[in-house]
Design a binder for this molecule. Sequence first.
Ligand code: PMT
Length: 404
Amino acid sequence: MQRIMNQIQNKNIILGLTGSIAVYKSAELTRLLLDQGIQVQVVMTDAACRFITPATMQALSGKPVFTELWQDNHATNQMDHINLGRTTNAILIAPASADFIAKLAHGLADDLLSTVCLARDCPLIVAPAMNRKMWENPAMQRNLKQLETDGITILGPASGIQACGEEGMGRMLEPGELADAVFSFFWPKLLSGIKILITAGPTYEQIDAVRGITNRSSGKMGYAVAKAALELGAVVTMISGPTTLLCPHGIALKNVTSAAEMFSAVQELVADADIFIGVAAVADYRVAQPVEHKIKKSASTLTLELIPNPDILGYVAGLPSPPFCVGFAAESQNLREYAETKRKAKNIQLIAANLVQEAIGADDNEMVLLDAVGETILPRADKLTQARALLQRIIQLYRQGTQT
Ligand code: PMT
C-alpha cells in the first residue's frame, strides 16, 4: 500500500481555472492537493484572472502560473500548449464554467487552457460551476453528454445556495471533495465494477418522542471504509445510521435511524452486492413498545422491555447466495477469542476486530483481521489508512474465493 501512496505522491496535475466565482475555492484546493503530495501547475484563463490573481495561485502552488497562449511562453521551443499537456498525469478544470465546457465539447482552442486540453495526452477531469439555469440549459446538458462520450471525467456539481442568491444545481464541489476525488482517480482500480454494500454508524432505538437507545459510534470507520472502496473503483452503497459526517462524493448513501430501518435497507439492496461490509454498531435490542409522546416523569420506577433486533450480518451471510461477507467485532476484552467466535458463528469470511474502548468515536484505530487462514495485525493508524489495509486483505480473499 505504501508503494501505491508513493506513486500517487509523485503525480503532477495541471489545475485549470476558468471564469467563475467558485475559483476562490481553487486556492484551498491547490493547498489540499499539495498536502497530498500531488504537484500542481496552474493554468488560468483571462476570465479566471478577473476573479483571482495569478500571483495568489503562484504563491500557493509555488510555481509560475501560465495564462497566455502568445506571451509568457516558458518552454524553450515556444510550445507551452503542447508541452504542458504532455508532461502531466492529469488535467483538472476546477471551476469549469459553462463557456469552457462548451469549448471542450466542440474542440475549440482559442486560449492557452483550451489548447492545452485539446493537445493533451492525459486524462481530463472537469468540475462544473455555474448558475442553476445555465446548468439546466439543454445546450449545457448536450455539451456535458459530449464530454462524457469523449471519456472526460465529470465531478459534480452539487446543489445548494449559489453566489447569485439562487438555489439549485451548479455549485462546484468543495475543495476537500475535489482533492479526495483527484487522489482516488490515481488509485489503482483493483475493485473496478465490484459492488460493495456497507453499513456504518450507530443505530437509534426510540423509547419515546425525545429519548432513545444508541451508542457512541461516530461513523468514522464505516465512512473511511466506503471512501477506501471508492478509491479502488468499487461501486459503493452505504447505509448509515445517524452521524454528523459528510458522505464522500460518489457514494450512494441511504440514511436510516433504527436497526429495523437498517435491516430493511440491507434487505432491499443486498441482492446487488458482491461484497457486504458490516461496520455499523447496530443496537442488539430495541424497546418493545416505543411511545409516541414524551413519557412523563413520575416517582415510580420505569421499566423498559427490550427485544432483540435482527442480526443484519447474520441474515446476509445466511442468504442462499450471499455476497463476500466482512464483519467488525467491537470487544472490550478477549479480542481475538471473541471475534473469532463471532466470525465462525456468523459464518463470514473475514472479521475486523477492535477494542471498542479505543476505537469508538476515535480518529485512529488498531485492528486484527481474522480469517480462515490466520490473522493480520493492522498497527495503530488513522481510520482511512486502516480501511485501505482492510480492503487490500478483502481483495486478496475475494479474488481467491472467485477463482476457486
Ligand atoms: O463509528 P466509529 O466511531 O468510527 O467506531 C467504529 C466501530 C468501533 C463502531 C467499528 O470499528 C466496529 O467495531 N463496528 C462493529 C460494532 C459492533 O456492533 O460490533 P458487534 O461485535 O456488536 O457486531 C458484530 C458484527 O455484527 C458487526 O459487523 C455488526 O455490524 C454486525 N451486527 C451486529 C448486531 C446486529 N443486530 N446486526 C449486525 O449486523
